[in-house]
Design a protein around this ligand. Structure first.
Ligand SMILES: Nc1ncnc2c1ncn2[C@@H]1O[C@H](COP(=O)(O)OP(=O)(O)OP(=O)(O)O)[C@@H](O)[C@H]1O
Length: 488
C-alpha cells in the first residue's frame, strides 16, 4: 500500500486505517449500502416516501432498458432538488411547448425549473445566472425560455444561440430543443459543431446550438446572420467563461450580437472567481445560487479505492469490469493517450469498452456516444471532455481513474470537475456509484481536499477484499434497481 498523507482527520488519515468490517466500510460512511434482492427485470427503481418507483425520464436517446417513470412520486420529497409545489401549467408555459414536455414524461417541474422559469419568462426579459445540482433539469429550463422567446413568423432568422463546451453536449441540447419543441409549428433548429455546417452554407435556423469556436468562425465568415438574435445561453457557463480560450470566444460571440435581450448562464458550479466575471458577462442578472454543502447529489454514493500503485489502478479497473456492466459506466482519465491506452488494454484482455476524447474525428465521436446512449456500448473511457452535461440515464457507475486536477496547476485538485464527473450518474433522482482511485500521497491528498471542500464522507472499498468490495458496490447498484431506499 502506498504511503498515506499526514493531514489529520482527513480522508487521507482514514485511508491508512484497516477497512472496517461493516458493509458500509467507512468511519463516517452514509448508511447507503443496504443489501437487496437481485432485481427480476432490468428496470430501474428507487424508493421514495416508502413507495417503490420505477425510474426513467425522457425517452430522448435512451437505451430501451431504462424505462417508464413515475416522476411525480420521485418529486414528492420536499428536501430534494426535484421537489416543487407548482405545475408547469402554473408557470405560464405555451401549450405547444407543454405538450412536448409531457411527451418527454415531464410531469412536474424540478426546483430549479419552478424557481427559474417565472423569472426567465417574465417581461421585459431579464438576464439569469442559475445554479442547480447536476441532473436536476437545467437544460429544460433554458430550452423552454428559448422556445418561448422566438418570433415564429421569422423561421429563417436565427434568434437564439446556446453554447456548450463540447460537441456531444451541444448535440444533446439540440436533441432536447427538438424534443420539447416537437409540437411547435415552424420551429427550425440546427447544430453548429465542427463539421456540421458546410463552408459557405447559411445558418438560418431560429435556434442554433453549438460550440464557441465553430459559432465564432461562422459569424466571422458571415455565414451566420446575428442581426435578430435575442437570447444567448451558455450551458456549463463557469467552464465556458473560466477557460481562457473558450472565455475569449464566448465574449467575442457576445460582441457580435447587437440586439441581444437576454443572457442566460447555467451550471451546477459557479466558483467565486468565475462568478465575478459571469456577473459582468450577464449584467443585472437574477441569480439562483446554491451553498457549497448543497452541491452534491444525495443519490450518488461516493466511494474510493486505495490502489497499490499507478499500475495497480489498471488491475483494479479490470477487476471492476463485471460491476461496471450492471448498468452503464464512465471511466474518467487525465489524458487522451491514457484513455486510448486503457481502452486498448481492456479490449485485449477481453472486455468490451469504447473510448472518446478530443483526438477522435467528430463523426466518430458522434457514433461512439450514440452507441453508448443506446446501451450498445456499456463502458466508456473518456477525459474531461465528457465531464459536463452528458445525460445518459442508464449510467450507474462513474470511475475517477485519475483524480481531477486543476489544468492550470497540477498540484491543486479540481473540485468542480469532480462534481461534474460524478454527476454523470444519479440523474434526476436515480441512484449511482462513483469510485475514485487513489494510490499515492498526491492523489490521496487531492481526494481528501475535494471531500473536505464539499463536506462529504467517502466510503472506502477494500482492495484486498474483493468479495466484500463487490458486495458493497453490487448492493448499491442493484438496490437502485430493486427499490432499496438509498438516501443517506
Ligand atoms: N421536470 C422534469 N421531469 C422529469 N424529468 C426531467 C424533468 N426535467 C428534466 N428531466 C430529465 O432529467 C435529466 C437531467 O436533466 P438535465 O440534463 O437538464 O440536467 P442538468 O441539470 O442540466 O445536469 P448537468 O448539471 O449535469 O448538466 C434529463 O434526462 C431530463 O430529461
Amino acid at each position: 500500500m502506498a504511503e498515506a498523507p499526514k493531514a489529520s482527520g482527513s480522508l487521507a488519515d482514514r485511508i491508512s486505517q484497516p477497512p472496517p468490517s461493516s458493509t458500509t466500510s467507512t468511519a463516517t460512511a452514509p448508511s447507503a449500502t443496504k443489501g437487496s434482492e437481485e432485481p427480476e427485470s432490468n428496470l430501474s427503481f428507487a424508493q421514495v416516501d416508502g413507495a417503490t418507483v420505477p425510474l426513467g425520464g425522457s425517452t430522448l436517446h435512451e437505451p430501451q432498458y431504462d424505462v417508464e417513470v413515475k416522476l411525480s412520486d420521485i418529486q414528492k420529497d420536499a428536501s430534494s432538488p426535484l421537489y416543487s409545489i407548482s405545475s408547469f401549467e402554473e408557470l405560464g408555459i405555451n401549450p405547444m411547448i407543454l405538450k412536448g414536455m409531457y411527451a418527454m414524461n415531464f410531469k412536474k417541474p424540478s426546483k430549479i425549473q419552478e424557481r427559474a422559469l417565472p423569472l426567465l419568462l417574465g417581461n421585459p426579459p431579464t438576464n439569469m445566472i442559475a445554479q442547480s445540482q447536476s441532473g436536476t433539469g437545467k437544460t429544460a429550463a433554458f430550452v423552454i425560455t428559448i422556445l418561448s422567446r422566438l418570433d415564429y413568423t421569422q423561421p429563417k432568422a436565427p434568434q437564439a444561440l446556446c453554447l456548450a463546451p463540447s460537441r456531444e453536449l451541444a448535440r444533446q441540447i439540440e436533441g432536447v430543443v427538438r424534443s420539447i419543441g416537437q409540437f411547435v409549428d415552424g420551429l427550425t433548429i440546427q447544430a453548429a459543431v465542427p463539421g456540421a455546417v458546410e463552408r459557405g452554407a447559411k445558418v438560418e435556423s431560429m435556434v442554433v446550438v453549438g460550440t464557441p469556436g465553430t459559432v465564432l468562425d461562422l459569424m466571422k465568415r458571415r455565414q451566420y446572420d446575428t442581426s435578430q438574435m435575442k437570447v444567448l445561453c451558455l450551458d456549463e457557463a463557469d467552464n465556458m467563461l473560466d477557460q481562457q480560450g473558450l472565455g475569449e470566444q464566448c465574449l467575442r460571440v457576445k460582441q457580435m450580437l447587437p440586439s441581444i435581450q437576454q443572457i442566460l448562464l447555467f451550471s451546477a458550479t459557479f466558483p467565486d472567481g468565475v462568478m465575478r466575471y459571469a456577473a459582468q458577462f450577464s449584467p443585472s442578472a437574477n441569480e439562483i445560487r446554491l451553498k457549497r454543502d448543497e452541491l452534491t447529489v444525495g443519490g450518488i454514493k461516493q466511494m474510493y479505492m486505495d490502489c497499490p500503485s499507478d499500475e495497480g489502478k489498471y488491475e483494479t479497473l479490470a477487476q471492476l469490469y463485471g460491476l461496471m456492466t450492471i448498468g452503464s459506466s464512465i471511466i474518467f482519465v487525465k489524458t487522451k493517450e491514457s484513455a486510448s491506452r486503457i481502452a486498448a488494454r481492456l479490449s485485449n484482455d477481453g472486455h468490451k469498452v469504447v473510448a472518446i476524447h478530443g483526438g477522435f474525428e467528430g463523426a466518430e465521436r458522434d457514433e461512439i456516444i450514440e452507441s453508448f446512449r443506446q446501451g450498445k456500448a456499456k463502458v466508456l473511457i473518456t477525459t474531461n471532455v465528457l465531464a459536463r452535461g452528458i445525460d445518459v440515464q442508464s449510467v450507474s457507475m462513474v470511475i475517477n481513474y485519475d483524480i481531477p486536477m486543476n489544468p492550470q496547476n497540477d498540484s491543486q485538485p479540481d473540485a468542480e470537475t469532480y462534481l461534474h464527473r460524478i454527476g454523470r450518474t444519479g440523474r434526476f433522482g436515480r441512484v449511482g456509484v462513483s469510485i475514485s482511485f487513489v494510490f499515492d500521497r498526491k492523489s490521496f491528498q487531492a481526494l481528501s481536499d475535494i471531500a473536505k471542500h464539499y463536506g462529504i464522507d467517502l466510503v472506502r472499498l477494500d482492495q484486498n477484499d474483493w468479495d466484500k468490495t463487490e458486495e458493497i458496490v453490487k448492493n448499491v447498484i442493484k438496490s437502485s434497481r430493486a427499490g432499496t431506499n438509498l438516501k443517506a
